[in-house]
Structures are given as structure tokens and as C-alpha cells.
Design a protein around this ligand. Structure first.
Ligand code: GLN
Length: 544
């Protein structure tokens, strides 16, 4: 029978609950268990798709096209198990489902209430399609004590009774702050936060305590006494230099053993952690270093490009190379055109990532032009590909008015709004005035690569499946004109209508893709485009 592990957080946010959940899942995998991860988010949005990156960070896209929380990205990167739209639920979605059922008449005659109707809907979501998994790890977003998370906590409390205490476990993540004047790791915030949980009827069995140093035995005992757990179940989650060291560090602190012991499972044999050791070694002891400049928007908030950040790191792991990232606000390149050389010429690679709206677009186009004209390796992603096509149209194919309809009416729509496309033989339609939530081309679609193209060489195949998130498409009608100028359309949708990859052939490495390859990169299986890009940057670094 499937076992459920609930992970809650206390004291403050940003303690790394998502990574803790993912790292525990990875540790259980090293012992041969089949795991699945889920996240419950307390906010009222149906999904994070319409949220500003400043509010929410990256929107992670699943294979089946759901716009989800960025923690699902960590889950996939640590476990290599693809998440689905079922794996991220919000309060908004739960309420919306219950309310539409009420309108349909499903509850006729009954007063619809938080308990049991909302909590039943939450419980059903948690347990749906979990057969065949040894462990389902369910992360509860937010911090205990928040009003919004109460229905989720109540559902966990009930589920522990429904499924049995021996099949459910609650791990609470807290913070042990170091107070220099006292020279102590303080346990009081943890005590208070566990009390909050106990107030709603939940007793955690394991406490994972974020701290910057080891927990002394006296403090460990104190936490155990006050929080009603065993001293061995107080696990230190020490600060680490890379998130990929978490599985190793948790194992060293006895986390996996404590979990297995709780469920009465064997734990005497040590797990094989060599995969994680190799990753951490490649990151800690690189042989070389490259500088990649990312020209985007929201560059001050690194969470908004989480997967991209990680994928570049993975590309570095593939070459045992440290990838130094520089984030550049695209608008900086617009204000002062003379600055372009100064800001970009030390780059060993230039990347223009996904983006929305006209602000900064001109700066991105300038950056792409600089990369192309100066033979600096270039990778364009989604909006970055659209801007690369506009750049080449303007400066190589002599279409000076080339633009995207995302920026308003244009006489040369190199990039245009897509209103029809097919998915698995089904025709999908969207009107120009349609709503914004959930109306993009989302999720994994197949693409065919041209034989012998650079991109086919990089992938080692001509059929790929990659994840998308965009409304606009490069206009295939300009294909012949651009190819004559050197920008080859080397990847297309199987029906030949939607350009997926372009590459500029008179250049050492200039590739742009309509999809988001960063979403499928893993530390132990770097995405070929990222290892290719970092490989090209390394060559550039060696020759400069
Ligand atoms: N804004 C562009 C579009 O909607 C690109 C989106 C993206 O980069 N994710 O097509």
C-alpha cells in the first residue's frame, strides 16, 4: 500500500520545502522505492499561470500542459519523474470545482461547507491515482498559521485517520536561527511552530531543522522534549553550497533512515549515492569556467528563471565547467547603444530566454545581433527565438519593419498570434479576444528536425518532444526568405506549419528554439542543447 508523507513548513517561508521534499524523494529512490510528489498551494488563483514572476517566480510547465508551481521543477530535476496537472492543486482550484459541482446540483439539498466538502475534495486530490507508488510526498505550500492553509491541514489530519498512522507521516520543516550575542541556536520558533500544528490536531513525527551549524545534543533534546518527537527525529538541514548536495546531507543526518524506521521498512544497507556524489563533485571541483550573459526581464528575481538557471548549471556539469551567470536587464542595452560592446563582449555565450511584452524587446534584439555578428555562441528560447527571427529578418533579409503582433499591428508579422493548432490529432482553437488564463500552447509537442542540421546532431535524433508555453508563433511564410539569408528552419511541427528551431549557419553556434528545453534538463542528464551551448561557450573561452 502507498505511504503518504506530508511536508509542512513553519517559522518563515523560503526555507526550501520544495527542495527538501524533492531531496527526500531522491533518497527514497536510491533505495529502490517508487515515488511521486505533489504540491498543495494555499492561494486562490486556479493556477500560477497568470501571476507576475515577481509574485510567484517561474511558472513550471508539465508534459501534459499544466502551468504549475516552480517546486514541481525541483521534483522533476531530483527524481526524473514527470509531474502532471494532477500534482499541483490550489485552494482556488478546489473551491472552483466544489462550487461548480454545487451549481450543477450535485449537492442538492445540502449546505455546502469547508468541512466536509472542501476537505473531501482536497483528500480526493491527494490520493487520486497514487496506486503503484511506494511513497507519495505531499508538500503543503505556505507556513503553518496562515489562514489559507487551514483546510489543507485539516485534510491531512483526517487523512492520517483514514489511511492509518502507520501509512502516513508528517515532517515539519522549521528554522533554528543562530543568535550571535547568545552564541546559541534558538529552538523557540520551532517550539511555537510545532504548537501551531498541534493546535490543529497534527503531531509531526520528524522535524527537519534548517540551521547553519550542527545542532548540539542539548538543543536536540530540548526540541525533542518540547515538540514531542524522538531526539533522532530532529534532523539538521544544514545550509549547503549547492541544492544537489541536499540528498547527501540529509542522508548524513539520518533523514532517510528515520523515515524508513517510522514505516517499519528495512534501512540497514547504505544506499548508492554515487549519482549525487558525481554531480556535487562536478560542481565543487570544476576544471574550467565560462561566463554566460542572460539578457532578459525580471533579472533581479532569480526565481523567475529557475529552470533556466538549473539547466545552465547542468550544461556545466556535462563539461565539469563552472557556469558564471550574469543577468542583464534588456533595457540597459536600449538606453545607451554604445554600452552594448562594454556589457556583452566578455560573454562566452549569450542567452535570450522566454519573455512577454514589448518592454526590453529592442535590447534583446540588439544582444542577439551582437552575438551573431561577433560569433559568440547564442541560445534563444521561446521569446528569444522570436526575437532572433526578427533580428535576422531586419538585418540579414532586409525586412526592416519585421516585428511581432504581440507588440501591435505590423506590416511584416514575422511573429504572429496563433489561433489554431493541433494536439494529438485534435484541432484546438482560440479567439483573439479570449481570456488570458490557460490559453497558450502549453505542454509537450513533437517536432521534426532536419537531418544533418546542427540541432539534429546535438540531439542525436530527428524526432523530439519538448514543452511549450506561448501564444505567438514564428510565421512560416517567411521561411524561404530567411533561409536564403542564412537562418535555417531546422525544426518544424510535424505538419510543417509551426517553426520550432532556427539556426544561423554562418556562425559557430547560433540556435533558437520555440519551446523550453530547460524544463526537461536534469542534473544527471543535462539537456543536449544546454550541454551543447556550454560546450560551445567553453570553446569560445579557450579561444579568447
Ligand atoms: N510572449 C511570447 C508568446 O507568447 C513568448 C512567450 C515565452 O517566451 N514563453 O508567444
Amino acid at each position: 500500500m502507498t505511504r503518504f508523507i506530508f511536508i509542512t513548513g513553519g517559522v518563515v517561508s523560503s526555507l526550501g520545502k520544495g527542495i527538501a521534499s524533492a531531496a527526500l524523494a531522491a533518497l527514497l529512490q536510491t533505495r529502490g522505492y517508487k515515488v511521486r510528489l505533489r504540491k498543495l498551494d494555499p492561494y486562490l488563483n486556479i493556477d500560477p499561470g497568470t501571476m507576475n514572476p515577481y509574485q510567484h517566480g517561474e511558472v513550471f510547465i508539465t508534459e501534459d500542459g499544466a502551468e504549475t508551481d516552480l517546486d514541481l521543477g525541483h521534483y522533476e530535476r531530483f527524481t526524473d519523474v514527470n509531474t502532471t496537472r494532477e500534482d499541483n492543486t490550489t485552494t482556488g482550484k478546489i473551491y472552483s470545482d466544489v462550487i461548480s459541482r454545487e451549481r450543477r446540483g450535485d449537492y442538492l439539498g445540502i449546505t455546502v461547507q469547508v468541512i466536509p466538502h472542501i476537505t473531501d475534495a482536497i483528500k480526493n486530490t491527494i490520493v487520486a491515482n497514487t496506486e503503484g507508488f511506494d511513497f507519495v510526498i505531499v508538500e503543503i505550500g505556505g507556513t503553518v498559521g496562515d489562514i489559507e492553509s487551514l483546510p489543507f491541514l485539516e485534510s491531512i489530519r483526517q487523512l492520517r485517520n483514514d489511511l492509518g498512522l502507520d501509512h502516513t507521516l508528517v515532517i515539519h520543516l522549521t528554522l533554528l536561527p543562530w543568535i550571535p550575542s547568545a552564541g546559541e541556536l534558538k529552538t523557540k520558533p520551532t517550539q511555537h511552530s510545532v504548537k501551531e500544528l498541534q493546535n490543529v490536531g497534527i503531531q509531526p513525527q520528524i522535524l527537519l531543522c534548517r540551521c547553519d551549524r550542527p545542532i548540539p545534543p542539548a538543543e536536540r533534546q530540548k526540541i525533542a522534549n518540547f515538540c514531542n518527537v524522538k531526539p533522532e527525529a530532529v534532523i539538521a538541514a544544514r545550509d549547503v553550497d549547492t541544492i544537489y548536495a541536499c540528498p547527501l546531507s540529509y542522508h548524513a543526518e539520518g533523514m532517510d533512515i528515520e523515515v524508513l524506521r517510522y514505516f517499519g521498512l528495512p534501512h540497514a544497507d547504505p544506499p548508492d549515492l554515487s549519482q549525487w556524489e558525481n554531480i556535487v563533485n562536478a560542481l565543487r571541483y570544476p576544471d574550467s569556467e565560462v561566463t554566460i550573459i542572460i539578457v532578459g526581464k525580471y533579472t533581479t528575481l532569480l526565481d523567475s528563471y529557475k529552470s533556466l538557471n538549473e539547466a545552465l548549471l547542468h550544461g556545466g556539469i556535462a563539461h565539469k565547467t563552472k557556469v558564471r551567470l550574469e543577468w542583464l536587464e534588456a533595457e540597459a542595452l536600449e538606453k545607451d547603444p554604445t554600452a552594448i560592446h562594454m556589457l556583452l563582449s566578455h560573454a562566452h555565450g549569450i542567452l535570450v530566454p522566454g519573455g512577454f511584452g514589448e518592454r526590453g524587446a529592442q535590447g534583446k534584439i540588439e544582444a542577439i545581433r551582437f552575438a551573431r555578428e561577433n560569433n559568440i555562441p547564442f541560445l534563444g528560447i521561446c521569446f528569444g527565438m522570436q526575437m532572433a527571427v526578427i533580428e535576422c529578418a531586419r538585418h540579414l533579409a532586409n525586412i526592416p519593419e519585421a516585428s511581432s503582433t504581440e507588440f501591435g499591428q505590423t506590416s511584416a508579422p514575422l511573429v504572429g498570434l496563433m489561433t489554431e493548432w493541433t494536439r494529438d490529432d485534435e484541432l484546438l482553437r482560440r479567439s483573439e479576444s479570449g481570456q488570458l488564463g490557460g490559453t497558450m500552447r502549453l505542454g509537450a509537442y513533437p517536432a521534426l528536425l532536419t537531418e544533418k542540421s546542427r540541432v539534429a546532431e546535438i540531439y542525436g535524433t530527428t524526432t523530439i518532444r519538448e514543452r511549450h508555453r506561448h501564444r505567438y508563433e514564428v510565421n512560416v511564410h517567411y521561411k524561404a526568405q530567411l533561409e536564403k539569408a542564412g537562418l535555417v528552419f531546422s525544426g518544424l511541427s510535424p505538419d510543417g506549419i509551426l517553426p520550432e528551431v532556427v539556426e544561423y549557419t554562418h556562425h559557430p553556434w547560433f540556435i533558437a528554439v520555440q519551446y523550453h528545453p530547460e524544463l526537461k534538463s536534469r542534473p544527471f542528464a543535462p539537456h543536449p542543447l544546454f550541454s551543447g551551448f556550454i560546450g560551445a561557450a567553453l570553446k569560445q573561452a579557450r579561444s579568447s
